[in-house]
Ligand binder design. Structure first.
Ligand code: NAP
Ligand code: MG
Length: 404
């Protein structure tokens, strides 16, 4: 078979540690034999970020804006220990934070479902994707401890110096207060990202807040979603045969648990933080969670939800065998290649991505898996393989899919 030719380059963001090792192997074993990879390569490994004073991260985000699709390897977010370990000039910011600030997007997380790794929630048959608003609320709050009796107020001073005040509480003793905010612009781009993603995936969209209690703050989220839906998306949703559904957050939680899955659940920042961990754990494993950042103007950046798997990397460096699960990183590549194929009208590339996803799932369903999954799998016969053997087993299944 002739190799698949690409048109527009895919923005490739390399990363750190064990995931950097897997990155190279995925390309060599699973991608390059089939696809004449056309990528614009950015090395987001910590050493090169340090060398370029983190300019490479900014450049990679700008390239994503230019070309529309990127695939990213997990990267180290430096802390004090990393500054020492890599002898860094500075404690560079999280690359994901930098990229998100430039692309202004929403992060969608979705589990990879395979037979034999059953969700803890028995009714869940299809994936539930969580869309988490990544700006504001309690993550950008201002808090104060109140040391004794007194009046706490909230004050807004407009550009002309006019003040609006409201009493938060007349304290008779000690307590705590908090101020938080969000912006119309950020909520609007969150809403558009969710509607665009639902159309892209052809999945229903659910959104929930506590608007009965928070009659201005949460209600603003509800209203912005509804207004944008009615003005820009109602017809498109009808054509795609999907629904937008709003309910209260507590009602949503109850419905999600009883549902069979198969929808996108849009969450405010805090709800998304909590619910994405709940959904990921209930589906089985972080190593089976994919993640994509979608910008309001339609750029896509695909990655795995897990980190650089540092513990495994140190074992690898010592020459010890590792059994690291590459599924989420493979699916980052297939997500990006499929999107590139759809945008550039290359059906063979879309087909290849789908076949690689199928071969990867088949491998696990046939009982060949990494250690993390073996602990979860309900299959009777399972074979635990090392990091590279797992990729080679997928390759074998992929080759078989192409022969029939
Ligand atoms: P991690 O890399 O997600 O790994 C935590 C643990 O989860 C591992 O030690 C391993 O457990 C298990 N695990 C995660 N992914 C796995 C996989 N693919 N296969 C098998 N097991 C897997 O988190 P971390 O160790 O806390 O963080 C390491 C580095 O990653 C940090 O420097 C952090 O900044 C970075 N990070 C990056 C991103 C990103 O780029 N998106 C996200 C999160 C963290 P066992 O050790 O029990 O086998
Ligand atoms: Mg969290």
């Amino acid at each position: 078979m002739a190799k698949i030719i690409m048109k527009t380059p895919l923005v490739e963001m390399d990363g750190d540690e064990m995931t950097r090792v897997i990155w190279k192997w995925i390309k060599e074993i699973l991608l390059e034999p089939y696809v004449e990879l056309k990528t614009e390569y950015y090395d987001l490994g910590l050493e090169y970020r340090d060398k370029t004073n983190d300019q490479v991260t900014i450049d990679s985000a700008e390239a994503t804006k230019k070309y529309g699709v990127a695939v990213k390897c997990a990267t180290i977010t430096p802390n004090a220990a990393r500054v020492k370990e890599y002898n860094l000039k500075e404690m560079w910011k999280s690359p994901n934070g930098t990229i998100r600030a430039i692309l202004d997007g929403t992060v969608f997380r979705e589990p990879i479902i395979v037979n034999g790794i059953e969700p803890f929630v028995k009714t869940w048959k299809k994936p539930i994707a969580i869309a988490r608003h990544a700006y504001g609320d309690v993550y950008k709050n201002v808090e104060m401890a109140i040391s004794g009796p007194g009046k706490a107020e909230i004050v807004f001073t407009d550009a002309n110096g006019n003040e609006t005040r409201k009493t938060i509480h007349d304290f008779t003793g000690c307590g705590v207060i908090m101020g938080m905010h969000n912006t119309r612009k950020s909520i609007e781009s969150f809403a558009r990202s969710c509607f665009n993603y639902a159309l892209d995936k052809k999945m229903d969209l659910w959104f929930a807040t506590k608007d009965t209690i928070s009659k201005i703050y949460d209600h603003t989220f509800k209203d912005i979603f509804q207004d944008i839906f009615d003005a820009e998306y109602k017809e498109k949703f009808k054509e795609a045969n999907i629904e937008y559904f709003y309910t209260l957050i507590d009602d949503a939680v109850a419905r999600v648990v009883r549902s069979e899955g198969g929808f996108i659940w849009a969450c405010k920042n805090y709800d998304g933080d909590v619910m994405s961990d709940m959904v990921a754990s209930a589906f089985g494993s972080l190593a089976m969670m994919t993640s994509v950042l979608v910008s309001p103007d339609g750029c896509f950046e695909y990655e795995a939800a897990h980190g650089t798997v540092q513990r495994h990397y140190y074992m690898h460096l010592e020459g010890k065998e590792t059994s690291t699960n590459s599924m989420a990183t493979i699916f980052a590549w297939t997500g990006a290649l499929k999107k590139r194929g759809q945008l550039d009208n290359i059906p063979e590339l879309v087909e290849f991505s789908e076949k690689l996803e199928k071969a990867s799932k088949m491998t696990i369903e046939k009982g060949v898996m990494t250690k993390d999954l073996a602990a979860l799998s309900t299959l009777e016969d399972k074979k635990i393989v090392n990091t590279k053997e797992f990729l080679l087993a997928i390759r074998k299944n992929l080759d078989e899919l192409y022969e029939v």
